[in-house]
Design a protein around this ligand. Structure first.
Ligand code: GLU
Length: 342
């Protein structure tokens, strides 16, 4: 499901961002990264794999009290360091993180390439950074962000920062949750309240088609036509444990009720309705490579092992490919036969 965090305030924020990402880990991800404005320089670190892999490349001395972070679950482009978020604009002044899918990214990318912009990643998200940079030529950061968001089709939660506006985070939501956390001379943004738990319990939930401008002292919310929207600040009076359970008495109940939403998110961008088939961005195989598969081993544990058992039955029935399921913790002690067609 992936996640976003952002901070603007008086504290050095790298550890706040990393801690926030850790709290979003349960949503699932394949890579992570952060961008921080450190003495008028955009410093970005990103890495595929667990959050610890990204933490391991962070220097101790990063300063800066405004930044954004991301855990990615690839839909467009392989799982690589380069494709991990944040993404920078061409002049490296703008950095963005994005959850969701930009459906019209190909058209936007082609136009930007015709204008001479060079893309560094295979993601749909990178267009957002370049569009903001282009729009900044004639507009303020706020305006450039609004203009950009209005060009996007698809689903998004976006957070953006810019070197020339070192006290602002711009965010936008359409189909991917975002919540603001209001602290004492500090603001947080995240896909989930538990990312900033322990810092503030004052929150504002963004709705679809809303944009917000955050600085450390206040925030403004607008719709896509730039009309101002008044929002109530809510106080979360649950403790950390209850917040993680989202008000339910236990995790089992929470997860049962989350199923429609979880399934919807799992499908987003990975199902092509017109031709009724799956699109797995992280698994870019040619039809020939797929035809060559002779055997499939599903490696999993716990719930995913049981899901794998069902998956194996479906694959054997539908694709007629020999499929077995292995418990991950056991497989590592075996010497499995995995040839090039497995
Ligand atoms: N579509 C974007 C990508 O593939 C964002 C995926 C996500 O929501 O993490 O990088």
């Amino acid at each position: 499901m992936c996640g976003i965090v952002g901070y603007v305030g008086n504290k050095e924020c790298s550890s706040i961002l990393v801690q926030g990402l850790r709290r979003l880990e349960y949503r699932g991800y394949d890579s992570s990264g952060i961008s921080i404005l450190d003495s008028n320089e955009m410093v970005t670190y990103k890495k595929k794999g667990k959050i610890i892999e990204m933490e391991n490349i962070l220097p101790n001395e990063i300063k800066g009290n405004i930044g954004i972070g991301h855990t990615r679950w690839a839909t467009h482009g392989k799982v690589t360091d380069q494709n991990a978020h944040p993404h920078l604009s061409h002049n490296k002044k703008v950095s963005i993180v994005h959850n969701g899918i930009i459906e019209n990214y190909r058209i936007l990318k082609t136009k930007l390439e015709e204008e001479g912009l060079h893309f560094c990643t295979e993601t749909d998200s990178e267009v957002i950074a370049h569009l903001i940079e282009l729009n900044l030529q004639n507009h303020s950061f706020e305006e450039a962000f609004y203009q950009t968001v209005n060009l996007l089709e698809g689903t998004f939660g976006i957070a953006a920062i810019c070197i020339d506006h070192p006290d602002q985070i711009m965010i936008a939501r359409k189909g991917s949750p975002l919540v603001l956390g209001i602290g004492n001379e500090e603001m947080f943004v995240a896909s989930d309240v538990n990312a900033f738990l322990g810092f503030t319990k004052q929150v504002v939930y963004l709705e679809d088609n809303e944009i917000a401008i955050l600085n450390k002292k206040d925030f403004q919310i607008r719709n896509l036509k730039l009309d101002k929207i008044d929002k109530d600040i809510k106080t979360i009076d649950w403790d950390i444990d209850a917040i993680e359970k989202n008000g339910y008495s236990d995790y089992m109940l929470k997860e049962i009720f989350e199923q429609p939403e979880s399934i919807k998110r799992a499908f987003a961008g990975r199902f092509i309705e017109d031709i009724g088939t799956a699109k797995l961005g992280g698994l870019n195989m040619t039809p020939q490579e797929l035809f060559n598969i002779e055997r499939i081993r599903i490696i999993a544990c716990g719930t995913s092992y049981h899901a794998g058992l069902i998956g194996a039955i479906a694959i054997e029935e539908l694709a007629r490919i020999n499929t077995s399921v292995e418990i991950a913790s056991e497989l590592r002690y075996k010497n499995p036969i995995i040839d090039k067609n497995t």
